[in-house]
Design a protein around this ligand. Structure first.
Ligand code: ATP
Length: 299
């Protein structure tokens, strides 16, 4: 009996990346039920299985070929690759595409009262971190001797309880640092979520599933960043109106029933459409200016 090849994707089970990852897969048309506690969730309408695990397990599962693909933060990926390289394990993977969520930075932070005068003032200090490999690579590149203290959680309390001088931790808004009396002094790595793939070639049937999935992922991301803009513009101002439109798309100009002076202008904007642009369009005599979200895009 031959079993149908199913593409296996590792994703974070629960945490900061899990909601965005599930939303992305759903918007790609995958129907999956993850309400139960099973490790492997079957996608009902495509030959894909979703393996829900800890974030830190995802790089290894892909590098060892247990999963074909994984969605993971670049920070976790790079830390894991450096650690596996050190241990003599396979640390190779291919990055398929960066994704537009999970943005954060790995930063060094010191107590507010610390007199920071540049990276030299960090010489010889002790840092608490979950990312010792990324930190030691950065320290080496900057000729700094640093001590590390490995903590898997609550890194931000380390200076207060006296186990480290500073911390090296993930930051997105900086609110956690501020709440703990810490100031960010250096960014050592910037990160976002990525779709990664094992280096061994996929069999033909898995490759063809990926060939369907990848354009959908790219379409969802492009749609998220784009807006559909519709407005009524004075016919004699079309050139000025077109010049104000964000992005490189050529606008569609349509006649308006019963109006010789106005036309309808439609355009997909791939860049942010600012209030200032709407006000400038309004000043040119445009009206009924609508900015709408786009759900899916292809081609
Ligand atoms: P797990 O608990 O699944 O082993 P984790 O401890 O890294 O993994 P989370 O705290 O949910 O779990 O973080 C998952 C990923 O989210 C991080 O590795 C990082 O890529 C991303 N992320 C985005 N913003 C932040 C942030 N402010 N703090 C921590 N992680 C962030």
């Amino acid at each position: 009996m031959t079993t149908e090849a199913r593409l296996r994707i590792a994703i974070q089970k629960s945490g900061r990346l899990s909601d965005d990852t599930m939303a992305l897969l759903k918007r790609c048309g995958l129907k999956l039920n993850v309400a139960d506690r099973r490790l492997l969730a079957h996608v009902a309408n495509m030959p894909i299985d979703i393996m829900r695990v800890r974030s830190s397990d995802i790089p290894g599962l892909v590098m060892d070929g247990v999963c074909d693909l994984g969605i993971v933060g670049d920070n976790t990926l790079e830390e894991s690759a450096l650690e596996r390289q050190l241990m003599g394990n396979n640390y190779q993977y291919e990055k398929n595409t960066g994704l537009n969520f999970g943005s954060c930075r790995l930063s060094l932070a010191m107590p507010d009262e610390f007199n920071y005068t540049g990276i030299e003032s960090l010489q010889g200090l002790r840092f608490a971190t979950t990312y010792p490999q990324l930190l030691s690579r950065w320290a080496k590149a900057n000729n700094l001797d640093m001590e590390f203290c490995l903590l898997k959680g609550s890194v931000e309390v380390a200076p207060r309880v006296g186990i480290a001088d500073g911390i090296c931790d993930l930051v997105s808004t900086g609110a956690t640092l501020e709440a703990n009396g810490l100031k960010e002094v250096e960014t050592i790595f910037t990160s976002r979520a990525s779709l990664i793939q094992k280096t061994d070639a996929l069999c033909e049937s898995k490759q063809s599933i990926l060939d369907t999935l990848l354009p959908r992922i790219q379409g969802v991301m492009k749609a998220k960043e784009s807006k559909y803009i519709m407005l009524h513009a004075p016919k004699d101002k079309i050139e000025q109106v077109s010049a104000l439109m964000p992005g490189k798309e050529t606008p569609t100009i349509l006649p308006l029933a019963g109006r010789d002076d106005l036309v309808a202008v439609h355009v997909v904007a791939t860049e942010t459409f600012f209030w200032e642009t709407m006000e400038a369009l309004n000043a040119l005599g445009c009206n009924s200016i609508l900015v709408m979200p786009i759900e899916k895009m292809m081609g």
